[in-house]
Design a protein around this ligand. Structure first.
Ligand SMILES: Cc1cc2nc3c(=O)[nH]c(=O)nc-3n(C[C@H](O)[C@H](O)[C@H](O)COP(=O)(O)OP(=O)(O)OC[C@H]3O[C@@H](n4cnc5c(N)ncnc54)[C@H](O)[C@@H]3O)c2cc1C
Length: 430
């Protein structure tokens, strides 16, 4: 591996500098022989780098650095390689953890997302629940629809590890346990600093999720908005499994009466292969009213839900939401997945992360063919893609719906929009 420092004990600055140089050269040559992933077409050169410690560093030059090996980053890489297998040697994906890594998520993948996998020639090959029915309710109002499947529920650590394995099988290099610690714009590219070495990239793809720092380092996070989410898993309920009652997902919007701009959910799920339920509350917080105590809302909903059977620890995480005002790109930088923004109505992000990957890959292919990396048309590409239309419709309904959700009367009169939304959902993608 290419080294960046940590030479043996040295007292003088000159000695230290020399030791650094030796370690770097040794590291470079051994890396070429020991790392099957290091393609020799990736040029390595010595540069005056960021000047950290006052020494020069070694670094690798690569066309595209993707920060984050979640669905968005992996889908971007997979789509590029699907276009042209030569891309595999031109991309590197840097992931701060190692798959299967922990990821807080309900794991619900809609037919839109299954369609995205299908486009990549992938069929879901991890244990999952194929849920045929989805019920959306608000007090006594109910709408449900069925499809085969309406939603596939995966365990996220397993799903992401499988996707990473598929990417590797197509020659994509993923460096795990490699945390990106900074990105600096240089004259001839983007300098990506990481715990496993530095990279000079023609383009960086920020796929580092809702709490990722790429947006901040590049000053693209202005006005960005995050939802609050809490989730919890139950113990399996043998009796209901046997009766086949697990075949329904429930979204209950009753918490809107307590000023939650969102819903309570119940998903049949699997954890370590065992059937469980996943419950949670989602609060889009589009309108900055007084912050709701989500924990007590969740407790209240769990108390009344007939399927709770002893629950595990409650965990929470923010979700970065899509809005038409979000900044999605800059010179030599694209954002995908949660880093760009997810559906504010339901907080659905897996399907969209996969779909962002396609738009980003199309954009990258055009940019490299033209040698121009300003990415001014990325926003237009997003908005005019099927994903952009899906996202914009969800955003519009969230903006209107969560404004009035606390008023029973207004919701009753607009309930037909919810029914329309449900009817618009694509049905058969597998
Ligand atoms: C409680 C909860 C429930 C949810 N339920 C659902 C659901 O049921 N269905 C659905 O569609 N969506 C759901 N979502 C949203 C969904 O989880 C996300 O939209 C999805 O994970 C986005 O994928 P991504 O690839 O953009 O980001 P992520 O999956 O977050 O991947 C980002 C990756 O970047 C890595 N990373 C971050 N920083 C660095 C760094 N500095 N260097 C290197 N790597 C880095 C992370 O380790 C991570 O692997 C839920 C979210 C939450 C919080």
């Amino acid at each position: 591996m290419i080294s960046h420092g940590h030479a043996g004990p040295c007292r003088s600055k000159l000695c230290h500098k020399f030791a650094l140089y030796r370690v770097s050269v040794r590291g470079f040559y051994s890396s070429i022989h020991s790392q099957p992933w290091l393609n020799l077409s990736v040029a390595v050169r010595k540069v005056e780098s960021s000047g950290r410690d006052g020494y020069n560093d070694w670094m690798q030059k690569v066309d595209v650095v993707i920060v984050g090996a979640g669905p968005a980053g992996l889908a971007t890489a997979l789509h590029l390689v699907q276009r042209d297998s030569d891309w595999a040697a031109r991309i590197i994906v840097l992931e701060k953890e190692a798959h299967p890594r922990q990821k807080l998520c309900g794991g619900g993948i809609t037919p839109f997302g299954l369609g995205q996998l299908h486009q990549l020639g992938l069929t879901l090959a991890v244990p999952h629940e194929r849920v045929r029915s989805v019920k959306i309710s608000y007090l006594d109002l109910e709408v449900d629809f069925t499809a085969e499947p309406a939603v596939a529920v995966v365990h996220r650590p397993e799903f992401d590890a499988w996707l990473a394995q598929e990417a590797r099988a197509r020659g994509i290099r993923i460096r795990e346990n490699c945390k990106v610690t900074g990105i600096e714009r240089k004259e001839d590219g983007m300098l990506v600093l990481s715990t496993c070495g530095d990279y000079l990239a023609a383009v960086v793809v920020g796929a580092d999720g809702s709490t990722g720092k790429t947006r901040r380092w590049m000053d693209l996070h202005r006005d960005s908005h995050s939802a609050s989410v809490l989730e919890v898993f139950s113990a399996p309920q043998k009796a209901t499994v046997e009766k086949g009652e697990r075949a329904q997902i429930v979204f209950r919007f009753d918490p809107a009466l307590d000023d939650v701009q969102g819903y309570f959910w119940r998903f049949p799920a699997r954890k370590a292969g065992r059937p469980v339920y996943n419950f949670g509350v989602y609060d889009a917080r589009l309108y900055r009213k007084e912050r709701v105590n989500l924990r007590s809302v969740l407790d209240m909903e769990l108390d009344t839900d007939p399927f709770t059977n002893g629950v595990g620890p409650v965990e929470g995480s923010p979700i970065h939401l899509f809005s038409p005002g979000n900044i999605l790109a800059a010179e030599r930088l694209l954002l995908v997945g949660d880093a760009a923004g997810v559906d504010p109505l339901f907080g659905e992000g897996i399907s969209l992360a996969l779909a962002y990957g396609k738009v980003a890959a199309d954009q990258l292919a055009v940019a490299f063919a033209r040698g121009r990396f300003h990415f001014r048309d990325y926003r237009r590409r997003i908005f005019f893609s099927p994903m952009g239309r899906y996202l914009s419709l969800r955003w519009l309904i969230a903006v209107v719906g969560y404004q009035i959700a606390h008023s029973r009367l207004k919701v009753r009169s607009l309930w037909w929009i919810v029914r329309l939304l449900v009817k618009r959902e694509p049905r058969s993608y597998t």
